[in-house]
Design a protein around this ligand. Sequence first.
Ligand code: SF4
Length: 390
Amino acid sequence: MMTVLTNLLDLDPAQLIAYCGELGEKPFRAKQLQRWIHQFGASNFDAMTDLAKSLRDKLATRAMIAAPAVISDHTSTDGTRKWLLDVGQGNAVETVFIPEENRGTLCISTQAGCAVNCRFCSTGKQGFSRNLTVSEIIGQLWMAEFELRRTKGIEAGPKGERQITNVVMMGMGEPLLNFEPTVTALKLMLDDNAYGLSRRRVTLSTSGVVPMMDKLSQECPVALAVSLHASNDPLRDGLVPLNKKHPLAELMAACRRYLEFAPRDFITFEYCMLHEVNDSDAHARELVALVQNHANPVSCKFNLIPFNPFPESGLTRSHNPRIKAFAQILIDAGIVTTIRKTRGDDIDAACGQLAGEVQDRTRVQERMEKMTEYQKKFGKNFGRIVEVSA
Ligand code: SF4
């Protein structure tokens, strides 16, 4: 009979201690093992030289350390690096590393596809395939950190310069609809025997799953971004269907509750700028009133995202002067506001659109052919995605 190997990337610190206990090992062995996996990027038990040979032999027959396989790996001239990862059954997800002067940010996915179906999001148009497992979520960070180090010749382990200093859960999927695996992965990101990231450097982005925002505030209150995209309920009902279930008043109240437990003193509101849909001066003023409600203001900042059009959306991007005028109204009201500059939007490669265009529900071979087609059409720099301006 074949033994099913336990993927150790699926286990949080407590589960790893329990697993070692089952093997007759003391808890400190779990900490050693965890450091080998998440700080040295080891996938081979023989490399774990401070573990007893008997334990290494046991692990070799019962366990494995495996992240999703890389289908494609592209680096743009500005250093942005994008991996397409195979998560089985014809599904793939995207992980993107964005280097900046003083930090390196990894954008990771939590689901294959997405059920929320926001009108401006090509991932949503593909429907939902399945939730990612813990190993598929944390495996994106594990793979990216050590692959980046290998590329630069930086040694593994805590002495080597860390490449990923910030993580944003803004890739494919709604993280709060895959709650348990997402929180387990978050806990590993924060654990000192794993990645040791501060809560302020890990951001989860949600479309507004109110009960789960409350749960997250209790279990792992990392920095929170909310995909807002509208200033009133009728408009948001049409753009983010989840709003019908959790309308704006409820969402704002959840944001205020979250801030009582969050490490940052503000929520980041993401706002996709859609031409003549949500981009008027009146919308901007309505937003100010929404978040600066006298009795109960929400401490926040805004990130305005110029929309990257895709064929089925029927939507277009707001013009730059309109975006600037919109931002100015927010800024004049005292709200910190940034505009995300997009690049490469003509190649469907901005803001995860490639994911929606290429990844879901197509076979790996078809996806790879499409990737090759994109590269031929748009050159090797395709994958040059976004930069965030202060
Ligand atoms: S914007 Fe986010 S929540 Fe909405 S459909 Fe896209 S991936 Fe899902």
